[in-house]
Design a protein around this ligand. Structure first.
Ligand code: 13P
Length: 259
């Protein structure tokens, strides 16, 4: 049985002094954590603090990116092993902001992916089309090209894909449940055919407490990757609470159908 995954991407936000209150707020929210997996990706400078605050294991910790090799002359980069040293089990790779703001190309993202997997990090691999690509009708082709790097991952590796349409990130314009489901189904089909396995597929882009249940009720939506609305513990907790509800309604519906 797969468990839904909820991930918070803090991006370049928060001060170290805010971390403790966040973790306390999250614990107080008393979430059904046995029913899901939760990952928080803080700026790298906050990893140690978040790790020691969250020692009770309410969530796992992720880096927001990692260097393309185990070590070496890569000024400004943080090696995957260094993230692990600070308590991260996960890393985000290929995030839209890395691709579009910092112009990371497929080759570089592939190197980061290989380095992360060799170090034993679990990967949340992000893909998604821009608005103009969607308007041109190339969404599926764009996503499949981005997924290409996953062929580097050996079967059985702990891999998660996040579908984050660029036009939905930070804009308040969430994909409709139908748009999300369609893209997630394409991703599931590609992974099944090319990798022989279907990883969990998260949706990201303007997720909020008000839309998380409906998104999670979609057949191929296995979790959410949340930016802005994950910055407050209460709001991230509400997303998880409603999201688990949406997930459970889907699962019981599917069980009915299979009867
Ligand atoms: P928002 O939730 O702020 O739209 O960001 C989504 C995102 O990029 C998460 O990685």
């Amino acid at each position: 049985v797969i468990r839904p995954l909820f991930a918070a991407n803090w991006k370049m936000n928060k001060q170290v002094s805010e971390v403790r209150a966040y973790v306390q707020g999250f614990i107080q929210a008393a979430l059904p954590l046995e029913k899901c997996e939760v990952v928080v990706a803080p700026p790298s400078t906050h990893l140690t603090t978040l790790g020691s605050e969250a020692q009770n294991r309410v969530f796992q910790i992720a880096g927001q990116n990692c260097g393309p090799a185990a070590s070496g002359a890569f000024t400004g980069e943080i090696a995957p092993g260094m993230l692990k040293e600070l308590g991260a089990d996960w890393v985000l790779l290929g995030h839209s902001e890395r691709r579009h703001v910092f112009h990371e190309d497929e080759a570089l993202i592939g190197k980061r992916l290989s380095a992360a997997l060799s170090a034993g990090l679990k990967v949340i691999f992000c893909v998604g089309e821009t608005l103009s690509e969607r308007k041109q009708g190339t969404t599926r082709a764009v996503i499949e090209k981005q997924l290409g790097n996953l062929k580097l991952a050996q079967k059985g590796k702990d891999l998660v894909v996040a579908y984050e349409p660029v036009w939905a990130i930070g804009t308040g314009e969430v994909a409709t449940p139908e748009q999300a489901e369609e893209a997630h189904r394409w991703i599931a089909e590609w992974c099944g055919a090319e990798l022989g396995q279907t990883p969990r597929i998260l949706y990201g882009g303007s997720v909020k407490p008000e839309n998380s249940a409906e998104l999670m009720a979609q057949r191929h939506v296995d979790g959410l990757l949340v930016g802005g609305a994950s910055l407050e513990a209460e709001s991230f907790a509400a997303i998880i609470r409603h999201g688990v509800r949406g997930w459970e309604s889907k699962v019981s519906l599917m069980k009915e159908v299979l009867k």
